[in-house]
Design a protein. Sequence first.
Length: 195
Amino acid sequence: MAGAENNNIPPAAGDNLSERIDQASRSQELADPDVGLGTIDRVINRLVEAIGVVVLVTIVATIFVNAFGRYAFNAHLLWAEELVLLLLPWLAMTGTFLAVRRGTMIRIDFFFDHLPRTLRTPLALAGYAICIAMLVFLGVISTRFVLLFGADPSPYLDLPTGWSTAALAIGGFAAASAFLAILVREFSALLRPEQ
């Protein structure tokens, strides 16, 4: 029980934990996530980031205009929900791709960190391989779906539904390639002699 009591010790005078957490997260949010990358990698990340921002702004603006019109004028855009639903896969896949490339995918390392060092690297490589397989599977299934049903028009906007589903195919293959680059880099580091 002595260990449990130590967790309840209040911070020292002038030591405000919430301020320290806020400062740490603020500096992380404002830092350039692509520091140290080559020009091509930075351009790829910025391009995908710009696509994600345009999609997010379009979604937020559509929802805002629709809600404002509904409550201010008792009129709404019939196609607003459809547009948002068509754009969401693009937002999700741009975020997934960038998270993989920047190493910010959410993961729980508690058990991993308690494993012997000799097991960590092979398990990490196996984890990357599983992620690659899953994302390639998503890309293949999504491609098949687009080929079968992609020409079907959406009800209000009359856009091909494949336009939206293509995000899952493109994003799946793109994120898989990003994981593959990590896997190759990590595996190559294993083969290089320690310096």
